[in-house]
Write a protein that binds this ligand. Structure first.
Ligand code: ZN
Length: 258
C-alpha cells in the first residue's frame, strides 16, 4: 500500500513537473539594444502578441522536451543554432522589415501599416526558425529542402491557428517579394545549391498555401500568374495545401483546427 501511495505521489509530481516543462517550452530573452532604433524595436516586440502567440502554439501543437530559447538582439540571425537550442533574431530584422514595407508604399497599396506588416513577418520568421528547432528535436525526416518544409510549417500554423493568419502570411510573402526585387536579376551558381528556395519562389509558395486553404476568400491572390496557367496552378495549390497540412499534422499534437 505504502509503495502504491509513493508511486502515485511520484507520478503526480512527475505529471506536474511535465506540465510545467510544457508551459516553459519557449523562453524569451532580450539582448541590450545597440542604439535608439533597436531600443524602440525591443519595446514594440515586447508590446506585441507575437511571443505569446508563439508560446501558445508551441504549448498546444509542438511542445519541446528541452526548453527552447528565443534570443532577440545581437548581429546574428534570424537562425536556429541546434547546439545551444536557441533561435537568434536581431532587432534589425524587424526594423529592416519596417523599412521595406515603407519603401514599397505598403499602407497605400494594401492598407496595412508597415509596423503591423513587419510584425507579421517577424511572427512568420519566428515560426520558421522554431520549425527548424522542432525538426531537429523530433528528428523529423526531411526529404527535400528543410527551408521549404519550415516555411510551410510557419504558413500552415498561421492559416490554421492564428486570427487573420492568412493575412499575416501574405505580409511575410510580400517581404520575400521585396527582397527579391532588391537583388540582381541573376543568381550565382552556388545559390542554386543553397537550401533556401529563391525569394520569389518563397513568395509564391506562401501565397499558394494561403490560396489553397480558402480559394473563395483569396480568389484574387494568384492573379499575377499568367492567364494560361493560373487555373492549373490554383488546382495545384488546393491540393498542395491539403497535402502539406496533412503531412505536418502527423508531427503536431492532435488538435482540431480553428
Ligand atoms: Zn531557415
Amino acid at each position: 500500500m505504502k509503495s502504491t501511495i509513493v508511486s502515485l505521489t511520484l507520478s503526480l509530481l512527475f505529471s506536474v513537473f511535465n506540465t510545467n516543462l510544457a508551459l516553459a517550452s519557449i523562453e524569451i530573452k532580450y539582448k541590450k539594444p545597440y542604439d535608439a532604433a533597436e531600443k524602440r524595436a525591443m519595446k514594440e516586440i515586447k508590446a506585441s502578441t507575437s511571443n505569446e502567440t508563439l508560446q501558445d502554439l508551441s504549448k498546444k501543437l509542438f511542445p519541446f522536451k528541452k526548453a527552447l530559447t528565443i534570443q532577440y538582439g545581437g548581429k546574428e540571425g534570424p537562425l536556429y543554432d541546434s547546439e545551444i537550442h536557441t533561435v537568434f533574431i536581431p532587432y534589425t530584422f524587424y526594423t529592416d522589415a519596417i523599412g521595406y514595407f515603407k519603401k514599397n508604399d505598403y499602407k497605400k497599396k494594401y492598407g496595412t501599416e508597415p509596423k503591423k506588416a513587419a510584425m507579421d513577418t517577424l511572427l512568420h520568421t519566428l515560426l520558421h526558425e522554431v520549425g527548424h528547432a522542432y525538426v531537429y528535436e523530433k528528428n523529423i525526416p526531411i526529404l527535400g529542402k528543410e527551408e521549404d518544409a519550415v516555411d510551410n510549417f510557419a504558413t500552415i500554423l498561421l492559416i490554421e491557428y492564428v486570427d487573420n493568419g492568412g493575412e499575416v502570411a501574405i505580409s511575410a510573402a510580400d517581404m520575400f517579394d521585396f527582397e527579391s526585387k532588391d537583388r540582381p536579376d541573376y543568381y550565382e551558381f552556388d545559390e542554386y545549391i543553397d537550401d533556401h528556395s529563391f525569394d520569389l519562389q518563397r513568395y509564391f509558395s506562401t501565397l499558394c498555401l494561403v490560396y489553397g486553404s480558402d480559394p473563395e476568400t483569396y480568389k484574387g491572390l494568384l492573379d499575377e500568374i499568367e492567364k494560361d496557367y493560373v487555373g492549373e496552378r490554383k488546382e495545384f495549390c488546393e491540393f498542395q495545401y491539403g497535402h502539406i497540412s496533412d503531412n505536418w499534422h502527423r508531427y503536431l499534437k492532435p488538435q482540431k483546427s480553428k
